[in-house]
Every structure is written in C-alpha cells, then in structure tokens.
Write a protein that binds this ligand. Structure first.
Ligand SMILES: [Zn+2]
Length: 369
C-alpha cells in the first residue's frame, strides 16, 4: 500500500503533498490505492547526544541497546548521534526497525579521569593516535572527555594539555571525522574551542567571548539542558570530600539559563540532545525540546531537534528521493509543542512505527483522515 501525505511541512511552513514509495519521498503523483495521512509533517527528530551502548554499569548487550533505540524511535527520533559507547554498535546500522545511527566510537579520557569502564583511557602523548583510531571506528565523530573532577585539585579541570588536543583534532579531521567534547567547566570549553573543536556537549561554562568565537566558526553546542537537573545531586555527592567542586557545580547550575541565552544571542548553532544512557531514560527528547523552547521559542527548538539538526549531520529533510523519516502531528507543534507527544504517524524509511510493530514486525499505516 502506498502512503500519501498531505498537510503543512513544519520545517518550511508550506502546504505540501507527497507520496512514500519504497521507503522514499516523491512529489510525483502516484496512482493506485493509497492510504492518506494528513496533518503537520515534521522531518524525523534527531537526538544529537545519546548513548544506546551503555547504562550506569557500563557496556550493555544488543538486546538492551535495541530496547533503548526503540524507545527513542517511539518518541519520534529517527536519527541518533551516539556519543560514546564501550560496546561496538556497528551491527545496529544493518538492523531494520532501529533509528539511523551516527556513532563516535568510544569516549576518550585519561586514566582515573572519567566514569570507570566507559572510556578508552590514554595519556596525552597517545591522544592524537587514539583520536585517529576512534575517527576510523565511528561514523564521522570523535568524542573526548574535556573535563572531569580532578581529585587532587578537588575541582573540575581539563583532561588534556592544549597542544595535545590541537594535534588530536588535526588527526581526527585528517581521518574525516569531526570532534566534540564533554565540557562542564569554564576552562575546558575556552581551550577546546580555540584549539579548533567542532562541537561542545553541555557547555555549562561558556563565556561571551567563546560564544562569539563558536558562532563565527559555526562550532555547534548540544547543551543537553534538561539533564543539567543532575548537577545539584552531583554537588551533594561531592560535598564532603570536594567542597570546591560542589560549589562550582552549583554555580554552573544556578546560571544555566543565562549561559544558554548568551549562546543563543551570539548565534551559536544549538541542537537538541538528551544524554540518555547513563542515568537518563531513553525516549526523553520531548522534555529537552520543551526546555529549549522555553529559551528560544518553539520554532527554534523544533529546528534544533529536526530540520536544522538533520542538515548539520548531513541527513537532509524531505526532499525528492529522501528516506521517508518523518512524523505526522495532529496539531501545529509551533503553536502547541504538546503535539509532539502524540504523533499520528512515525515513519522510518517509510515503515510506520506503532504499538503494533513495537517488537519490530511490519504494520499497516494508521489512517488519520
Ligand atoms: Zn553523554
């Protein structure tokens, strides 16, 4: 059965009509029996920071990864940028019914400077070689841990000398990958942006000058804003042994709204990511979109989670011949973001997601009109 989609494309604001044939979009009229689905049509959502290969205890098996990825798809996420997995996820590219996946190989950290069991751990002299290795293992991204608690200093400090990371970024770029880093504090983000990094995760310590530089160089920011709610808990845990760290985390948390507003005002390209995996549940992009909308408005937040993120990652939108990865919503999400919570239809490569195919079998398209 061929599906005809009719309604308003949320990314362009234009009335549209197109068909899904063999999993792809076509604007050439198709004859024959058709299922018609109408509503507000949104290019598939992107979770630009998630982890389907780990949980709080380390690497997970394939069955668990599948469950995570399906939970994301149920929330309308048809593309995941997986930012670090101790388990090899390459198998997931070939499995039907899972969101498309862009992997970054494993996190790169220094010994004893990140969550135990997640990262490949190297000293600075081996950083460039490891970044090249992870660049070749992943799908065009390398993930560094930029800063973490330094137990000797009793506070967040950068993991890497600037010269080592600069060399590593050159090596990753030469291997065809972009580089991003986990940064909670001020110093790591200051140094890494100047060292030529392509993206920053969290970015809680951004200052005005660094925001201007990021905007000028189109360095992206994935704030994982809704997940900053864990900061007070991290501060409480560290309070007794590391009071300076605890105070620092609380200060970063207290000015979180001002920090992201500053990035938006400077024109930093901001994208939506959940950081699902470690402690945060999968399928939670909706609250992140709402958090971004509270700062930049719904149109901005929807773009950050859909068409702008797709273009940034080279996934395209709903042009002729594109894979039919999309949501149909019963109301205009630019006016009412709660429409995202109850899509009439989610298509991944033209295959509808729904309770009837929640375990991966095929289903018939839902008829809306
Ligand atoms: Zn993460």
């Amino acid at each position: 059965m061929i599906t005809r989609l009719a309604g308003v494309r949320v990314d362009t604001g234009q009335e549209t009509e197109f068909w899904v044939v063999d999993g792809r979009v076509t604007y050439s009229r198709v004859a024959g029996e058709q299922t018609v689905v109408s509503g507000w049509i949104l290019p598939g959502l992107v979770d630009a920071h998630a982890h389907i290969g780990l949980d709080a205890g380390g690497a997970v098996d394939r069955t668990t990864s599948r469950t995570y990825a399906r939970a994301d798809l149920a929330a309308g996420v048809t593309l995941i940028r997986d930012l670090g997995s101790p388990a090899d996820l390459r198998w997931a590219h070939d499995e039907p019914g899972l969101p498309r996946l862009i992997t970054a190989g494993r996190h790169i950290a220094r010994p004893r400077r990140y969550i135990r069991g997640l990262a490949v751990e190297v000293e600075p002299e081996d950083l460039a070689a490891e970044m090249r290795r992870q660049a070749l293992a992943g799908d065009g991204w390398v993930k560094l841990v930029g800063d973490w608690i330094d137990r000797e200093a009793g506070d967040l400090t950068p993991l890497w000398p600037v010269e080592a990371v600069r060399e590593g970024i050159v090596a990753a770029h030469a291997a065809g990958a972009r580089v991003t880093a986990h940064c909670f504090g001020e110093q790591s983000v200051f140094e890494l942006v100047r060292a030529g990094i392509d993206c920053i995760e969290h970015g809680c310590g951004l200052d005005a000058d660094t925001c201007s530089l990021m905007a000028a160089r189109a360095v992206a920011l994935v704030p994982t804003l809704d997940n900053w709610q864990i900061f007070p808990g991290l501060a409480d845990q560290g309070e007794a042994r590391y009071p300076a760290y605890a105070a620092h985390m609380r200060a970063l948390y207290a000015r979180r709204t001002a920090t992201i507003r500053q990035a938006l005002a400077a024109g930093v390209p901001v994208y939506a990511g959940t950081d699902a995996g470690g402690t945060r549940a999968h399928g939670t992009l909706g609250p992140e979109i709402a958090a971004l909308a509270a700062l930049g408005g719904p149109e901005f937040a929807l773009g950050a989670a859909s068409w702008r993120a797709r273009e940034w990652l080279g996934a395209g939108t709903l042009d002729e011949g594109a894979p039919a990865d999309l949501l149909v919503l019963p109301r205009d999400p630019r006016r009412d973001l709660t429409a995202l919570a109850a899509p009439s239809l989610i298509l991944l490569g033209g295959v509808p997601y729904g309770p009837s195919n929640a375990s991966g079998t095929t289903a018939t398209p839902s008829r809306v009109r």
